[in-house]
Design a protein around this ligand. Sequence first.
Ligand code: TRP
Length: 340
Amino acid sequence: MTKPIILTGDRPTGKLHLGHYVGSLKNRVILQNEGKYDMFVFLADQQALTDHAKESEIIKESIGNVALDYLSVGLDPTKSTIFIQSQIPELAELTMYYMNLVSLARLERNPTVKTEIAQKGFGESIPTGFLVYPISQAADITAFKANFVPVGNDQKPMIEQTREIARSFNHTYKCNVLVEPEGIYPENEAAGRLPGLDGNAKMSKSLGNGIFLSDDADTVRKKVMSMYTDPNHIRVEDPGQLEGNMVFHYLDIFGREEDAATIAEMKEHYQRGGLGDVKTKRYLLDILERELAPIRERRLEYAKDMGEVFNMLKKGSKHAQSVAAQTLSEVKAAMGINYF
Ligand code: TRP
């Protein structure tokens, strides 16, 4: 019996943070452990190179870090195939064929690409590889005939474009080789975009406002103690505001059902006055550590043998390549370029 296929991944351009965790990693681990899917998770190093071509050393370092992030949150190589994009040349070859089915105007309209172009300040010098990365992402997804792609909300336009490419390919070559995937997005809209510790709308490495999955306990404590709360809540007895208060925002996201009553009580107390920020932060720290401590422990265990981690990636890549090669041969047959 074949299971539905899941494909997902991240650009290795640094370490993963809590925003990645609640936005998609957590979802993936749940899906993996349901055991109902054949799951592929990969490090999109070629996509990372599209805007880090001259800093390839960052990518090399990040491969190890993100692999550890994956293993430490509970992605399990005995259940999922974990692999590296650049080790599967079939993906680049598929990209080549798909490029002929997508117009330049369509690429320029992709909202995520548009935002990124503005953010990165490419000006007139947008690398061609960057502009076409949604096509390469379509290759990543379709090479595995993925039915589902669990990702953050920012990836919706990529899934949409992948669906268009799959449809266009099947239509153009009168076949049914490619599968149109569906995105799986965070259930909780708020978790889909975790704000930074400083209250900025987005947690990000470059803004320096995040908690990394690899942070040690002391670093996490310091970061939580520095979180943005209510600047007008000066004395403990002052009434405090919940709106824009990152401690309460995080409590809403990371609190579990059994914490709901305590959190509701704290909110009331805070607004009434008499509840200090140090107390709310200590409570949040406990809630976060409940999640982070086991992740940290697993990381330390895996990090003892990086050779084994890379071995796992090698094995995963080998398996992934055999799957992608099968799709590529079907693609070439559909196009009629299987000459011999
Ligand atoms: N675009 C994703 C990111 O920015 C990474 C990625 C590349 C991806 N190819 C993918 C995600 C295929 C899901 C499926 O992190």
